[in-house]
Write a protein that binds this ligand. Sequence first.
Ligand code: GLV
Ligand code: MN
Ligand code: MN
Length: 419
Amino acid sequence: MSFEALWESLLPVGRDGASGGYRRFSWTPEDAACRAWFTQTAAERGLRVLTDRNGNLWAWWDPPGALPRESAAGGPAAPARTGAVVTGSHLDSVPDGGAFDGPLGVVSAFAALDLLRERGCLPVRPLGVAAFTEEEGARFGVACLGSRLLAGAIDPGTARALADAAGITLAEAMAVAGHDPEAIGPDDDLLATVGAYVELHIEQGRALADLDAAIGIGEQIWPHGRWRLGFTGRPDHAGTAVLADRHDPMLPFAAAVLAARQAAASHGALATVGKVAAEPGAVNAVSARVTAWLDARGPDEETLQAVVGEVLAAAREAAASHGVELAAEPESATPAVRFDPGLREALASSLAARDIRAPVLPTGAGHDAGVLAARLPTAMLFVRNPTGVSHSPAEHAEPADCAAGVQALAAVLADLACR
Ligand code: GLV
Ligand code: MN
Ligand code: MN
């Protein structure tokens, strides 16, 4: 099946009619529809599908003669032979996210396998397509939750207790979706079978557009993290409480937002407050509580800590001056990642051998390939995004560039896994 047909088959799943963006949050009916799409797409290709203990999806093209072994949990597990080459990305989205962030990597993975088959490639090692769960952390707050659990980068008990905006825990949501939350946690046996993970992703920036290149190779990911800032004040009447008497949590919240912008600008970093909840949310009342989430990213750990330190100091100072309590907690932290130099070189030479120009780029966006880099060689391919806009319904990649992405990925997989 062509890339276009595959792409079209996934496009309606979880799309919001009003915004045109996607709401594919983990362990919801939309997530189940994405999983069904993955399973059917893999089955149509005769690939062996498994859901790992952390809810990540895998579709395996086993080399001829390989016998799958059984997993510790009793289900069909990773292939018998080690050194598997895996590609893929994620299918979940941020609220009203674009169509490409995540799905482009999964659809391109299946399309690249189709291309390899058409060309008569015989894998000498297992080739896998993966879709990692809750990459965006949009429901439970921790980015790359599925790959983090797999890699042992988060304690399973902590993960089980994570709660969504309605107070539903990860454990409850998984159980409702028919997945055993007690089984989550590091899966060294599965990871040990994987020799390399190559993630194709839409570029979230416009470096490739500026360089006039359709394809890029990932170099490193900036360290980044999320902090939850809870400002607790005193609810009061908007029409009668005199200004001097108020303990308004909205004011230190506003100071924190402005400090984030200022600190990011002065350090050459990025800081964003994209989510805020005011309670109880009355137009004519001073809020009781404001909860805001800070997303901060920097070129190195020291810069990131300096930015966050300045924002928290400004928030604390403003909270104290308004008689408001502040509780600041880190929600998710991702250290700086440098992709495996050997694998990156392998990608570069596969592409150069086919006259595909592919500049090497750093990124501020987080990816499962970044989390998995702590456990195995990982690399990334980026596909040009003409405007650079991402995490938005306006996110876009041209069909010709998506096709170039499939060709580039197929080239890399052929060289890594085929005879
Ligand atoms: C993932 O897209 C992230 O960087 O937040
Ligand atoms: Mn994203
Ligand atoms: Mn992504």
